[in-house]
Unconditional design. Structure first.
Length: 217
């Protein structure tokens, strides 16, 4: 395991972040981590940012829509504050308040290339509600952790990975990675971190063949 190779002892406190993957609990149990993982703020923040962008694009063609849009924008900000400050159980209050004024946008037209913002908002709201309900046990007070200097998510790792992969696999770039090449490279890096690279007893690679095997990752 990577933890073994980084000299983490039994007294070392490990914190795991999850995006909601159902198989993570078994992986953590196998690694000896008894604490529940924390729902990654990166993934929550992305969903909230999506809501904010959609809310700002709502129509404001009459006084009723202007008032409803202002209420929705304010409630999305309040929803963000509640989840960030460990009050996710009250998130339903904000969600219900947004739903209560959505009728003002009934019949809102879309465009030839995009559906109406109100329909996007309704879909995103439903998705966030289901996401929070399904991961409620893994939600924490993120503000409290942040003030204590503790991590609240994997934004740095996710951002770096997205930038690197997007840049390396860009079709317009010379010497770009192929899908197969990227897969093999990730397996090599995994083997290096696990201490299995170069060890015939732990794994082997056939770059030109069809077999590439890693026992631990």
């Amino acid at each position: 395991m990577c933890a073994d190779n980084h000299h983490f002892g039994e007294s070392t406190a490990l914190t795991a972040f999850t995006d909601g993957c159902p198989g993570l609990r078994r992986i953590l149990a196998d690694a000896g981590v008894a604490e529940l993982p924390i729902l990654d703020w990166f993934h929550i923040g992305m969903r909230l940012q999506h809501l904010k962008q959609i809310a700002s694009a709502l129509s404001a063609d009459d006084p009723a829509q202007v008032a409803a849009k202002a209420a929705i924008v304010a409630e999305v900000e309040r929803l963000h504050w509640r989840i960030w400050n460990g009050k996710a159980k009250n998130a339903r209050i904000s969600i219900d308040r947004i739903r209560a004024v959505m009728h003002h946008f009934q019949g809102e037209p879309g465009s030839r290339k995009s559906i109406a913002p109100s329909r996007k908002l309704w879909t995103a709201l439903q998705a966030l509600d289901g996401y929070l309900n399904g991961q409620s046990d893994w939600l924490v007070n993120y503000a409290q952790r942040h003030r204590a200097g503790l991590r609240v998510g994997t934004a740095i790792t996710e951002g770096t990975a997205n930038f690197l992969v997007n840049r390396r696999m860009n079709k317009s770039q010379q010497l770009r990675w192929s899908r197969r090449g990227a897969d093999l490279l990730l397996q090599v890096r995994c083997a290096v971190y696990n201490g299995a690279f170069g060890s015939t007893s732990h794994g082997h690679f056939r770059v030109k063949g069809s077999v590439s095997k890693i026992h631990r990752c």
